[in-house]
Design a protein around this ligand. Structure first.
Ligand code: ZN
Length: 160
């Protein structure tokens, strides 16, 4: 039983006009994009946090400080690759991850296959172990008003 551990991640980014919108490692065509110190990829950030949490290795901000100019504008795929190295160095492999992105617009469903393929390549984990789901919030709250995007992830890892 001690071979299995679960982790959870949650993150939010503001959306503003004229910014690039990176989500799950791909760039969405949209009039708004996410604001952040890195490329503000909310989906990759929650995956990193869930994996680090499962391994009891703090969080993404602890390893990659948003005060560090080294990470300004950085491609979050690089951070996810580094997280995978951290958890594999500690002897863990990913069982599966399950994610939900909360976003009013644009519709994510058409992009989910490309996102899963991208995450699979970056993580070195088969696509069958990577679930990406999308929901609106029925026009309620900051997501519904298109002021921001949020995401959740749970991850199961196991000791090899
Ligand atoms: Zn973030």
């Amino acid at each position: 039983m001690n071979n299995f551990r679960i982790g959870f991640g949650y993150d939010v980014h503001q959306l503003h006009e004229g910014l690039d919108f990176w989500l799950g490692g791909i760039k969405l065509e949209h009039e708004k994009g996410a604001l952040g110190h890195s490329d503000a990829d909310v989906l990759i950030h929650v995956i990193c946090d869930a994996l680090l949490g499962a391994a009891n290795m703090r969080d993404i901000g602890y390893h990659f400080s948003d005060k560090d100019p080294k990470y300004k504008g950085i491609d979050s795929k690089i951070l996810l690759r580094e997280v995978m190295v951290l958890i594999r160095d500690a002897g863990y492999e990913v069982g599966n991850i399950d994610t939900t992105v909360c976003l009013q617009l644009p519709k994510l469903n058409p992009h989910i296959p490309a996102i899963k393929a991208c995450l699979s390549e970056v993580m070195g984990v088969e696509e069958g172990a990577i679930s990406v789901k999308a929901t609106t919030t029925e026009k309620l709250g900051f997501v519904g008003r298109e002021e921001g995007v949020s995401a959740y992830c749970v991850a199961l890892i196991y000791k090899k």
